[in-house]
Design a protein around this ligand. Structure first.
Ligand code: S3P
Length: 174
């Protein structure tokens, strides 16, 4: 495990990474970045446009490039895209950049939170619940490599942020 310089949130779409990252950064007085935002900035187009025009493999290459660039950061809360854990190198780079927390949620909760959201190309299918389940199964062993897991299904954003701050204090003050 790498030096604890940053807090990195991984986890499935709808697990709360973005919302929790805002709150954490505010509480800690840290900077906050989101790898999806950096990808959009770098590509000059939205995520649905990248997927539609350039394909998912190109999106994944941009994601890897952005993750490789995180190494120099300190005291930053970093939220990531749900699928970035599928590349081994990404997980290694994230673990080196800081404390990696997996935000988990039950499939029904994910479904509720993502309903009607057109900004997530992978869920624009006839049966989003089946897709969620299929992707969760594929990704579970990769999420399990995070340093910690917090199930957000029945917690408020504040509760999740508090739990992560305790984990951080436990590691840095221990
Ligand atoms: C993806 C999750 C999205 C975004 C892209 C692919 C995924 O990010 O990176 O649509 O593969 O799960 P969020 O997890 O922030 O929705």
């Amino acid at each position: 495990m790498g030096a604890r310089r940053n807090i990195i949130l991984v986890g499935f779409m709808g697990a709360g990474k973005t919302a929790v990252s805002h709150l954490l950064a505010e509480r800690l007085g840290w900077e906050r970045i989101d790898t999806d935002d950096l990808i959009v900035e770098c590509a000059g187009k939205s995520i649905p446009e990248i997927f539609a025009q350039d394909g998912e493999p190109h999106f994944r290459d941009l994601e890897t490039e952005v993750i490789r660039g995180l190494g120099e950061r300190e005291h930053t809360v970093i939220s990531t895209g749900g699928g970035c854990v599928m590349r081994d190198g990404n997980m290694r780079a994230l673990a080196e950049a800081g404390m990696v927390v997996h935000l988990a949620a039950r499939p029904d909760v994910i479904m509720d939170r993502c309903e009607g959201d057109t900004n997530r190309p992978l869920l624009q299918v006839e049966d989003p619940m089946a897709r969620i389940q299929e992707l969760l199964d594929l990704r579970a062993p990769h999420y399990a490599r995070a340093h910690h897991t917090v199930d957000t299904s029945d917690l408020t954003l504040e509760e999740v942020a508090e739990m992560i701050i305790s984990l951080w204090q436990g590691e840095t003050e221990g």
